[in-house]
Write a protein that binds this ligand. Sequence first.
Ligand code: PEP
Length: 230
Amino acid sequence: MRKNIVAGNWKMNTTVPEGVQLAKDVCAAVAAEIGDANVGLAAQNCADHTSGAYTGEVSAPMVASTGANYVILGHSERRGYYNESYEMLKTKVDLALENGLKVIFCCGESLEERENGSFKEVIGAEIRDSLFHLTAEQMANIVIAYEPIWAIGTGKTATSDQAQEIHAFIRGLLADQYGAQVADDMTILYGGSCKPSNAPELFAKPDIDGGLIGGASLKAGDFMGIVTAF
Ligand code: PEP
């Protein structure tokens, strides 16, 4: 059975006191709305090495030692600004899983790729080249987030039909590689200018199992407006 998840990506925002307050507000609101504070903690990245002379990097064991449950990998900002390749992400995925972290693996096309029609090819390659070496058992610890780059932080959301088309496409790739069970069990999130006003329509689609939320996750009220959209 796949899980519905709404994940917040705070990016490089909040000081420690601000972050603690935001986390407290979200936990309190989740507990009040859902009755059970089913909240996990995620890092936004981890290193492609376990330890050693990599100044400034944070390893998967370090992330796990904080009590985090998840790590976001392959966000387009990491791929774009820090040149994270498919191969590097494959290593990061392995290290995260070896250290007991679940991975929220991001994929998605640029505006140019959407417009020139290569978007399915791009998304397919991102998923295949960084994830398809995993076993079916390991895939149970992966969540996929489809995030069209043209919709991230732009206020321009993919329509629910556009998002559904890609989510179904991703589920089809998983079915071809791993069979129907793995495909059916995979949680696939949508990310890109998701907010309380458009979340209900997106989450109503059969292959959209929740969201990865950037800007709107920085206000507990907006974030909860999305959580309660299910
Ligand atoms: C993101 O960065 O993962 C994201 C979805 O951002 P936003 O919601 O601000 O578009």
